[in-house]
Design a protein around this ligand. Structure first.
Ligand code: SAH
Ligand code: SF4
Length: 381
């Protein structure tokens, strides 16, 4: 018996599926059925694709094709409803994906729509309709990360490898299935803010976005990608016909500080990042999100806040402040609530919309910068 290499269908687009089914002598509409089964119905295996004939399924399998969602190796559930999934791929490499149920508060709505104009953030609820579920899924784009930001636990893993488009999409489908989500009824936001730097795995990331929009049906307006500032890819991203909102991890108010916190600043400094932002074709009413992790006594002074105001002059950006989420071997401290508030007030007084990002799943190492395959729970005592 001949053995075939395993060829994964998840990750292929409509055009590629068309070529494939035509090569098997099947009509093109079979490709559309397959596309629908993979991305919209979220079928976890070839066998489950009931709208394809048995013989076509058998022939695909014979040729070595399969479709598989990644496996859930572990689930960690937080007291706030956040779930951190340790997700395993076929080569045993793992990443994390986080499910964050959203409440009804305006502050939480801010978390939902990082790219939307701040004034549009009022919560809309229609009385009488069946409750639709709302959640945000935080997706990984690489296993580990090479960027080495000093405050981030993912950095400690180093880069393990890029994820394929199918592996990026697979994380989302897996979590949607786990929560029996119905796109259309439920409101799902995606943030590409898990492990890895999406713009260092650009093509797979963009392909995953296209499949999730066109196949799964999640609108691009409900997606946000965060980059540590890979400048050439910011320009490429601006030219994409389908693209999420853009968040940029600023994290420092001058180059000396940023270089210390994010070594990548030596390659692309603040001036280069802000120039790329100025040249970026924002859509009408769209804002950049500038993320700023506050580290006590390091980048959280009033002077730092005033520097941020000056940097952002003329850029349509709002700022998401994130008080450091602590972790082992992270040499920084979380600022006090007063320091965070004072920083935020300076930005607001200067006319910059500034929000505080609520940490989610802190007790299970699910919050920003904590994704490092930790298996233990955090002692909150
Ligand atoms: N690699 C991308 C996206 C993932 S990180 C990027 O860096 O932008 C998502 C956000 O978490 C970034 O804004 C990053 O600055 C922030 N972050 C990293 N470590 C953190 C920590 N320990 N506490 C709070 N936020 C952190
Ligand atoms: Fe990588 Fe982002 Fe962590 Fe920096 S903050 S090490 S870019 S995941």
């Amino acid at each position: 018996m001949t053995t075939h290499p395993q060829l994964e269908l998840l990750g292929l687009n409509n055009q590629e599926l068309t070529l494939l089914v035509e090569s098997l002598g099947e009509p093109a509409f079979r490709a559309r059925q397959l596309f629908d089964a993979l991305y919209r119905q979220r079928c976890p295996a070839l066998d489950g694709i009931s709208n394809l004939s048995k013989s076509l399924r058998a022939r695909l399998a014979e040729q070595g094709y399969r479709t598989s969602l990644p496996a859930i190796e572990q689930r960690f559930v937080s007291f706030d409803g956040t779930v951190r999934y340790l997700v395993r791929f076929s080569d045993a490499q793992t990443v994390e994906t986080v499910w964050m149920p959203d409440g009804d508060g305006v502050e939480e709505t801010e978390d939902l729509l990082p790219g939307a104009a701040p004034r549009q953030l009022a919560v809309r609820r229609t009385a009488g309709n069946p409750p639709s579920r709302r959640a945000t899924i935080c997706v990984s784009s690489q296993s580990g990360c090479a960027v080495n930001c000093q405050f981030c636990m993912t950095a400690q893993l180093g880069l393990q490898r890029n994820l394929t488009a199918g592996e990026i999409v697979g994380q989302v489908l897996l979590v949607l299935n786990d929560h029996q989500i119905k796109i259309g009824r439920d409101r799902i936001n995606l943030v590409f803010m898990g492990q890895g730097e999406p713009f260092l795995n650009y093509e797979n990331f963009i392909r995953a976005v296209q499949l999730l929009v066109q196949g799964t049906g999640i609108p691009e307006s409900r997606m946000t990608v965060s980059t540590s500032g890979i400048v050439p890819r910011i320009a490429d991203f601006g030219r994409e016909p389908i693209r999420p909102h853009l968040a940029i991890s600023l994290n420092a108010s001058n180059d000396v500080l940023r270089e210390r916190l994010m070594p990548i600043n030596r390659k692309w400094n603040l001036a280069a990042i802000l120039e790329a932002a100025r040249g970026f074709p924002l859509r009408s009413r769209e804002y950049f999100t500038m993320e700023y992790v506050l580290l006590s006594g390091v980048n959280d002074s009033a002077e730092n806040a005033h520097e941020v105001v000056a940097l952002l002059h003329g850029i349509r950006a709002k700022v998401n402040l994130i008080a450091l989420n602590p972790g082992p071997e992270i040499a920084f401290q979380t600022p006090t609530a007063q320091a965070v508030d004072a920083f935020q007030q300076i930005l607001i007084a200067a006319g910059i919309p500034a929000y505080l990002r609520r940490p989610r799943g802190l007790d299970i190492y699910a919050a920003c910068g904590q994704l490092k395959r930790s298996t233990g729970l955090v002692s909150l005592g």
